[in-house]
Design a protein around this ligand. Structure first.
Ligand code: TXA
Ligand code: MG
Length: 538
C-alpha cells in the first residue's frame, strides 16, 4: 500500500480536507494530528475499518479505541444516559486533552470498544482534524498512531517510521502541542475515576468534578491476570528497545545518583540543566526540570530516539507527580515496566560560586560552622589527580607519557596544555567526565547530611544542578579589584584584567538561587553578615 501524505495547515483548505475525509468515509486508515499525539483514525462505526486499525498497529483486540468527535453535540448520538458532569467537563475542557468514558449506544460496534459496553469520547483540540471528522460525518476511532508497544508518535515523521506502507494516509500537522495522550476519566462510576493521567492535569479535573479516584494501573504494574479498567494499561508500553530504568527523587537527588552510577556508554534521559554532567553518555534532554509541559512534549521523542543508537540501557530522571508531571512520570515508568530506583538520600547540598575577589571563603566558613562538610573542588581535583586511577588513566590516554610509574607528572601535563587551547579543551573534557562523578561519589559515601560544594565553575560543570540550593557570592567590581590588589600585591591594571577575564555579577545572579553581596568594608562585618545569611538559608 502506498501511503499518501497531506500537509494541511488550515481548516479552510477545503480540497485537502475533503480528500482526507474521503479516506475515512470509504473505510480507510488515516493518521491524524491532535494536540496530544498522532492518532490512527478510521470510521468508528465501520467494523472492517476498525479491524484494520488493530491489524496495522498489531494491537490486542481487547484494547478499546477512543471515538473522536468534532463537538459535544455528538455525544448523545453514541452515548446513553450521558450525565450532567460530562457536559460540564466538555463545556470546560473541550476541545482538549480529555477523554470521557460513557455508556455506549448500540450503534457503536463492540469491535470498537473491545467488547465493553462503554466508550471513550474525545474532542481533539486540532482545528484541521475536527474539520476532517466533520467532513467525513462519522466518529473517528483513533488509537495513538504508533506500532503497539512503541512510544506514541508526536510528529508525522514518527508516524512515517511506524506506519508507512501500512495505512492509506497521513495528515502532517506539525509537532504535537501537548505531547502526551489525553487524560481518561471514567464517568460511569462514582466517584469518577482517573484511568490514565494525560494532557489535562488531575488537579484541573478535581477542580471541576470534586472527588476523583485514581486507578491503581496509573501507579503500578498490573499483573497478567488483573483487569485494569482501561484495558490498555496492562500492556507493556512506550518502550524503546533498550530497557529503561526510572530514577526517582528530586531532580538534584536523581541527578546525583545518575552521575555517581551510570556507565559511560549508557543512555540518559535528563532535564536540561543536567546535560553537561553526562559528556560521554548518550543524553536526551526533555526540558528544564521545572517545565513539565516541555517534558510532556519531548518525552516520547526522547524514548524513540534511542532506537537509532547503540545504547543497551537507559536511565531517566522523572518529574514529581504535580500537574503534567503525573502523565510524564507515568509514561516513563510504563516504558520502564515500573522498574524504579529511589534516589532520595535526605542530603542537603548547597553549591557556592561567584566572582573572583568576592570573598566566597567567608561565607563557606560560616556554612562550615553549621556542621556542613565542604568540598573545595580545586583541592578535591588536586587530590583526585594523585589518587584516582581512572582519572590518571584517562589523562594518560589523552596525553601519553604524563603518567610515570603510577604517578601523574603534573608539571609535564601543565607544560603540555599551557598556551594550547586545543589541548586545554581536551584536558577540560577529561576533567569534566571525572570530577563531578568523584564529587557525587564522595557525597554519597559520606555520612554528612549538610554539604557545601565550593566551585568556581559550579554552573558550567553542571554541578550546580546537583545541589538543593546554589549561592552566588558577589561584590561590585571596584571592591573586588581593591581586594585582589591588596591580597596579591599586584597593580590596579593587573587586578582589573584578572577580574574582567572572569564572569561578572550578573552572570552568577541570573544562574544561582540566592546571592550574598559581600561589599562590607571590614572582614568582621562580612563574617557577621555571612552568619546571618547562612542562618536564613537553613
Ligand atoms: O490523546 C489520546 O487519547 C490519543 C489521541 C490519538 O486521541 N489516543 C490514544 O488512544 O491514546 P490509545 O488507543 O492509544 O489509548 C486509549 C486508552 C487505552 O489504554 C484503552 O484501553 C483506553 O484508552 N480505553 C479506551 N476505551 C475505553 C473504555 N471504554 N473503557 C476503559 N478504557 C478505555
Ligand atoms: Mg496508545
Amino acid at each position: 500500500m502506498t501511503t499518501e501524505y497531506f500537509t494541511i495547515t488550515s481548516e479552510s483548505d477545503r480540497e485537502q480536507i475533503e480528500a482526507a475525509a474521503a479516506i475515512l468515509r470509504r473505510g480507510g486508515l488515516l493518521a491524524i494530528p491532535t494536540e496530544t499525539v498522532y492518532g490512527l483514525g478510521a470510521d468508528g462505526l465501520n467494523e472492517d475499518a476498525v479491524r484494520r486499525i488493530f491489524e496495522a498497529k498489531g494491537r490486542p483486540q481487547d484494547n478499546p479505541l477512543i471515538l473522536h468527535v468534532p463537538s459535544a453535540d455528538w455525544l448523545a448520538r453514541y452515548c446513553e444516559d450521558v450525565p450532567e458532569a460530562a457536559y460540564r467537563l466538555a463545556e470546560r475542557f473541550w476541545p482538549g486533552p480529555l477523554t470521557m468514558i460513557l455508556k455506549k449506544k448500540p450503534v457503536v460496534p463492540l469491535r470498537t470498544t473491545g467488547g465493553l459496553e462503554t466508550v471513550g469520547m474525545r474532542c481533539p483540540d486540532h482545528a484541521v482534524t475536527r474539520a476532517i471528522i466533520a467532513a467525513a460525518g462519522v466518529p473517528v476511532a483513533a488509537p495513538s498512531a504508533n506500532v503497539s508497544g512503541r512510544p506514541s508518535c508526536t510528529t508525522a515523521e514518527h508516524v512515517r517510521a511506524d506506519m508507512d506502507g501500512r495505512i492509506d494516509g497521513v495528515v502532517d500537522g506539525g509537532a504535537c502541542r501537548v505531547g502526551v495522550e489525553s487524560t481518561i476519566v471514567d464517568l460511569t462510576c462514582a466517584p469518577p475515576r482517573l484511568l490514565r493521567p494525560g494532557g489535562l492535569p488531575l488537579e484541573e479535573l478535581r477542580a471541576a468534578l470534586g472527588e476523583v479516584a485514581v486507578d491503581q494501573a496509573v501507579t503500578r504494574q498490573m499483573g497478567a491476570d488483573e483487569r485494569p479498567r482501561a484495558p490498555g494499561m496492562k500492556y507493556r508500553h512506550y518502550a524503546p528497545k533498550a530497557p529503561v530504568t526510572v530514577v526517582s527523587g528530586t531532580p538534584a537527588e536523581s541527578g546525583r545518583w545518575l552521575r555517581a552510577n551510570v556507565s559511560d556508554d549508557a543512555g540518559v534521559i535528563a532535564f536540561d540543566e543536567f546535560v553537561p554532567l553526562f559528556p560521554t553518555q548518550t543524553v536526551r534532554a526533555i526540558g528544564p526540570a521545572a517545565d513539565r509541559a516541555e517534558q510532556a512534549r519531548r518525552v516520547f521523542d526522547a524514548l524513540r530516539s534511542f532506537d537509532d543508537t547503540a545504547v543497551t540501557e537507559i536511565y531517566a530522571q522523572c518529574p514529581d507527580s504535580s500537574g503534567l508531571g503525573l502523565a510524564v512520570g507515568n509514561r516513563l515508568k510504563k516504558a520502564a515496566g515500573f522498574q524504579v530506583i529511589d534516589a532520595c538520600d535526605g542530603k542537603r547540598v548547597v553549591g557556592f560560586t561567584g566572582c573572583t575577589g568576592a570573598g566566597k571563603t567567608t561565607l563557606l566558613r560560616a556554612f562550615a560552622e553549621q556542621g556542613a562538610l565542604i568540598f573545595d573542588c580545586d583541592a578535591f581535583y588536586a587530590e583526585q589527580l594523585r589518587t584516582d586511577a581512572d582519572l590518571q588513566a584517562a589523562l594518560n590516554e589523552a596525553f601519553p607519557g604524563v603518567l610515570r610509574g603510577g604517578e601523574l607528572d603534573r608539571r609535564r601535563l601543565g607544560a603540555l596544555v599551557f598556551g594550547d587551547p586545543e589541548r586545554l579543551r581536551a584536558l577540560d573534557a577529561v576533567v569534566r567526565a571525572h570530577l563531578p562523578r568523584a564529587v557525587v561519589r564522595a557525597i554519597a559515601a559520606s555520612d554528612a547530611k549538610l554539604i557545601g560544594i565550593d566551585a568556581i565553575k559550579l554552573i558550567e560543570s553542571g554541578l550546580g544542578a546537583l545541589c538543593e540550593e546554589t549561592v552566588a557570592v558577589t561584590a561590585p567590581e571596584e571592591v573586588r579589584v581593591r581586594r585582589i590588589m591588596a591580597r596579591d600585591g599586584i597593580t590596579r591594571e593587573a587586578a582589573l584584567a584578572r577580574v574582567r577575564a572572569q564572569k561578572d555579577e550578573a552572570y552568577f545572579r541570573a544562574r544561582c538561587g540566592a546571592e550574598f553581596v559581600n561589599d562590607f568594608p571590614s572582614l568582621a562585618e562580612a563574617e557577621t553578615a555571612a552568619r546571618d545569611f547562612v542562618r536564613q538559608l537553613l
